[in-house]
Design a protein. Sequence first.
Length: 413
Amino acid sequence: MTETASIARPDLAGKITYDPLDSKVTSNPYPHYAQLREVAPVHWIDSMKGFVVSRWDDVIQVLQDGKTFSSAQFWPELLGEYDPVPEVPPMISMDPPGHMRTRKLANKAFVPSRVGALNDKIRRVANELIDDIIAKHGKEGEFDFVWEFSALFPVSVIADVLGVDIERRVDFKHWVDDLLSAGNRAAYGPERLAAIAKTSKDIRAYFEDVYERRAANPGDDLISGFILAEVNGERLTKSEVLSMAILLLIGGVETTTNLLSITFTHMKRLPGLQEAVRANPEKIPQMFEEMLRYDGPVQMLFRHTTCDTVLNDVAIPKNTLVMLLLGSANHDERKFEHSEEFDLERNPSEIMSFGQGPHFCLGSYLSRMEARTAVEILLERFEDLMPISGEPEWMDSYFARGPKGLQVRFKAR
Ligand code: HEM
């Protein structure tokens, strides 16, 4: 890592308020992003020892230039010593040609025709979760939307795809939350760090056990598929299979859960939004496109420079961390009119929420389908479904965004 002292940067000390390790900032990062875009679009952050990039054009430039801006340090930067499979990088943390080899293999499992075949399963999971809520709380009352619906819904789908035990779905969600909070490890004390280390061990032990079971007795699930797959005549190693499975669990669990929870949070904050999609359910997909832009579940991506370079007139030395603020790019006033406002009719033709370039999200089709189906069914089955408050406590992360819990009032039909 390059020393801060050797980096030429404008003297803005005391002016910039963005600090990803400050939970007051991450609970509403958008005013801080706006200041960065305006005053210092490529800006050194001392607490992270890296540059943040906040404008749309600069973020695109970095994402499309994998040669200068490598992904190799993504996972080590995010998880540090808490990576459950530190001996091999997951796909998201690979550069070409290794990335392409693994991505081709994973693509096969996520083509629209295979994902589309999950539609019945997705509908069934959503309906069963609603049945459970009504069985527990009656036809009218309150429940926690995050913990009784959105955290259980995508994890049930991905557990089925991966072939892991659906009964452990609450553990999976806790594991993923805990692991991702390792991104904030610099701000934690020994007790919290010990808990994250235990989670990392538990995840690995669990997936090693699944691996052994599937290697001995393969099924038609994705983990069995990865064990049996051959790329250029070679099998994936056990560590590669574990790493892929854990990446998909993280990708498949946290993001769609947060997209749904964020959307319901804003249904309280944005008057008329729920009524508008209730009256016109065909607008549900466009609501999600705008929600992904307005307040997306992934706020930051990491890259590292492979050589000295210049981005928007700022010199960045080789081996420097570069943090891409996707949420800020999505609010860039140079790209979107009245960018800080939610506009159901906007229909953005491009959003940054799934990334861009070679690492573009593998699960974008699946998560859009899950989110749309969930809201269609929720609005069908509940004539009233509204958060009690639109000011939830937000997750402790600058990387993932979503409410920790969301108490809602409901009335079933
Ligand atoms: C709203 C939901 C989601 C959002 C906002 C999201 C966001 C992202 C972003 C921004 C990236 C780019 C990473 C980079 O460039 O370094 C990414 C990559 C990825 N996502 Fe998603 N994701 C979502 C859902 C999913 C789901 C449901 C899955 C899996 C089932 C998934 C699996 C992945 C994987 C495996 C990658 C790495 C692809 C690669 O390295 O080639 N994501 N996602």
